[in-house]
Design a protein around this ligand. Sequence first.
Ligand code: FES
Ligand SMILES: [Fe+2]
Length: 374
Amino acid sequence: MTLVMNDRDVIDRIFSHIDNKTTDVGESVWREPVENYGSQERFDAEIALLRRLPVPFCPSAALPEKGSFVARTAAGTPLVVVRGDDGIVRAFRNSCRHRGMAVADGTGCTRAFVCPYHSWTYGLDGNLKYIPGADGFPGLDQATHGLVAVTAEERGGLIFVTQEDPVSNGALDAFPEFFQPEQDMFSQTEHLDEANWKLIAETSMEGYHIKSLHNRTFYPYGLDNINVVENFGTNSRIIFPFRRINKLRDIPREERHINGMATYVYQLFPNAHMSMLSSHTQLIILEPISPTETRTVVYRVRNLKADGTPVDLDVAERDAEFVKSSGIEEDREAARAIQVGLATNANSHFTFGHYEKAIVHFHENLDAHLAKLA
Ligand code: FES
Ligand SMILES: [Fe+2]
């Protein structure tokens, strides 16, 4: 199944947009009630939904070896995800079955999870293997006191976690392969913003703001409001071309490569996106903390050169630094400013127009999914 256009068709479409002063447009306008960006009730419903969908947790590259693990909170639930001795990735609630202490912290590689409190010890498959002084727990059935599993799936170079009874396949409805096994992770960072997670998500879904908001950062290199926007399943892909893409006009069509000429941003419904930049790819997960706070977790993976080996580390790091220190800060600032501005009560709704096609698709899907929970 072809989910999205191939690169050469994308290039043709971008040239057509440049020549005709057009861009991809949506068919409908969406009015989103502003109370959805601050209400506790709506927030609780969204968290409930995030627990009932397969949500990207980390790239496969974050778990390169048997015993590699990542522990962090997803939709308010502390989880640990680990690659087992059999190579299969499993996910568990990060809570000891004795008295609830977290059994894993941060990231690393281990042979077993040993609880720091009293050293109950769990295998990579979650089974409870050892209780010091087991005589003190007569009648305790070790077999039913393993770590509590949640569903983990590895697809296309990403790990998805579904915490509870799924309401739909979410991002997995339609899902491309993202990573090659040779691609490795070179950094992971987190930051906190005082903004609703959807305000941050919306900044990555349209190119209508490039000239205005990113006038001195992305705009000198990028084109304003010239985008290819494709919706597939619950997801979408937004392509942001660089000005230098015009150089490809001199190259025969079948020899053209898009690498370095555009940024591909895949929105993975509902709270993750992948940004494919020149030398690296970012998986960005928006973890809602409260109606007005969001923790953004970013995993960065090196892209491959034409010979199939990863780009040099310093090149990938420079690429990451440019993105981090320039336009992304402006997007975060915009989201925070909108959150503050909600107190004006000036707007009952925000209006998303034809240039905001992927945002309309996102809200349509979000509303449809929340309705299934009600
Ligand atoms: S709480 Fe984990 S061993 Fe006691
Ligand atoms: Fe932006």
